[in-house]
Design a protein around this ligand. Structure first.
Ligand code: KIV
Length: 421
């Protein structure tokens, strides 16, 4: 059965802030608790954030961006609690301890708050950012490009001077920033001690080809880039966040910033489950890339984030939507009953999903004889071919009037003596 998602993957390499021993390993940086929490209406209590952080650790994410500590004393407390507990507890078969990261703008007050929150973790990280696009520097920051470079390198050096071994820098709105200016600011922050360079497509403006080229150009033209990890952070304003993230990975990014269910500012962020399953499923095409995610925890993580954020996924959401592994049309059901690989590229077991019936068949007006007959067998009814033809005619009449045909509908249709098991 050509379901590639169950391919065995190598073990994750040891964590060193700015070095990845295996060039095919891709770090997963989860920002559900920071960018995800910035979705309108998605705020979580500290207790809820801790519960979700424990689940992210079980899922196997490499880095948890736990919040924005300078934004409120409450968020600082939440990030600190996560750093103390989740940031010191080995999980999973490989006894992995995630990096705990806090966001800060490029100023000392934010950086001090972030450090106060994350320093308790075994592997703390400060993530600091400043805008680099003309439109943001002119209208939002009201600063010249050289002033922005000065602030960025001073603040990265400041974060390192506090004792933080791992500092990520993001040139906000990189997707709309001048290339030469990006190479310049990135070179300066590497010299100041940045270990990860995150390239945000802050407004979800780029197309996959364009974003991939941006990452490739940064890799080829930034002096000192070999001393840092390149990362992606793609917003979903044009519905391209997952595609852009994969294009970035293909072009050399080895950290991908994502959220569970794709929640995040405005139209959201790249979704962890889509990015991770695409890498797992199409690993060969992506040159052997792999992640350390235990995909069996995906379904539970998705449900937990829906519950705590109050943001529910649409039924047709890739990987975790209610319909993602359900089949209604007769042709598809017939294929599934003969060989599951006909209409499924991923096995539901791979994401920890147990479905109501083995083949994911949902009966409705489009269902064919094969699926309806196997439902009868599943319910314990054995009827002759002639009886089945009568039954199927009545089934179609009922199915025309309903969105779904349930087991109870089938039982009711079979209420004639002749069909009793
Ligand atoms: O979208 C963005 O630019 C961000 C940065 C802080 C990484 O969230």
């Amino acid at each position: 059965r050509p379901v590639r998602a169950s391919m065995a993957q190598p073990r994750r390499p040891e964590y060193v802030p700015n070095r990845i021993d295996d060039p095919n390993y891709v770090r997963i940086f989860d920002t559900t608790l920071r960018d995800g929490e910035q979705s309108p209406g998605a705020t979580m209590t500290s207790a809820e954030k801790l519960v979700v952080a424990r689940q992210l650790a079980r899922l196997g994410v490499d880095i948890i961006e736990a919040g924005f500590p300078a934004s409120s004393p409450d968020d600082l407390d939440a990030v600190r609690s996560i750093a103390i507990e989740v940031g010191n507890t080995p999980v999973g078969e490989d006894g992995h301890v995630p990096v705990i990261c806090g966001l800060s703008r490029c100023n000392k007050r934010d950086i001090d708050a972030a450090w106060e929150a994350v320093r308790h973790a075994r592997r703390p990280r400060i993530h600091t950012f400043i805008a680099t696009s003309e439109i943001h520097m002119q209208h939002k920051l009201r600063k010249t490009p050289e002033q922005v470079v000065g602030i960025a390198k001073e603040m990265v050096a400041y974060a390192r001077s506090l004792g933080c071994p791992d500092v990520e820098f993001s040139p906000e709105d990189a997707g709309r920033s001048n290339r030469e200016f990006l190479y310049h600011i990135l070179e300066e922050v590497i010299k100041a001690g940045a270990t990860t360079l995150n390239i945000p497509d802050t407004v979800g403006y780029t197309l996959p080809y364009e974003f991939g080229k941006l990452i490739a150009d940064i890799k080829a033209n930034t002096p000192g880039i070999e001393n840092a990890i390149i990362s992606t952070h793609c917003q979903n304003d044009l519905g391209l966040a997952t595609a852009n993230t994969l294009a970035g990975a293909h072009a050399g990014a080895r950290q991908l910033e994502v959220t569970i269910n794709g929640i995040g500012e405005r139209a959201g962020n790249a979704s962890l489950e889509e990015v991770v399953m695409a890498i797992k499923c199409r690993r060969e095409l992506l040159g052997g890339l792999y992640t350390g995610i235990n995909t069996q925890h995906i379904t539970m993580s998705s449900k937990m984030v829906q519950e705590h954020s109050g943001l529910h996924v649409q039924p047709h959401k890739a990987i975790v939507g209610a319909n993602a592994f359900a089949h209604e049309s007769g042709i598809h059901q017939d294929g599934m009953l003969k060989y599951k690989g006909t209409y499924e590229i991923i096995s539901p077991d791979d994401i920890g999903l147990t479905r109501a019936n083995e083949f994911g068949i949902v009966l409705g007006k489009l269902s064919g004889r094969h699926a309806v007959r196997s439902k009868l067998v599943e319910l314990g009814y054995e009827i002759t071919d002639k009886e089945f033809e009568d039954f199927f005619k009545r089934y179609k009449e009922v199915a025309e009037k309903k969105k779904r045909v349930t087991d109870e509908d089938i039982e009711a249709l079979l209420s004639d003596e002749i069909f009793q098991p």
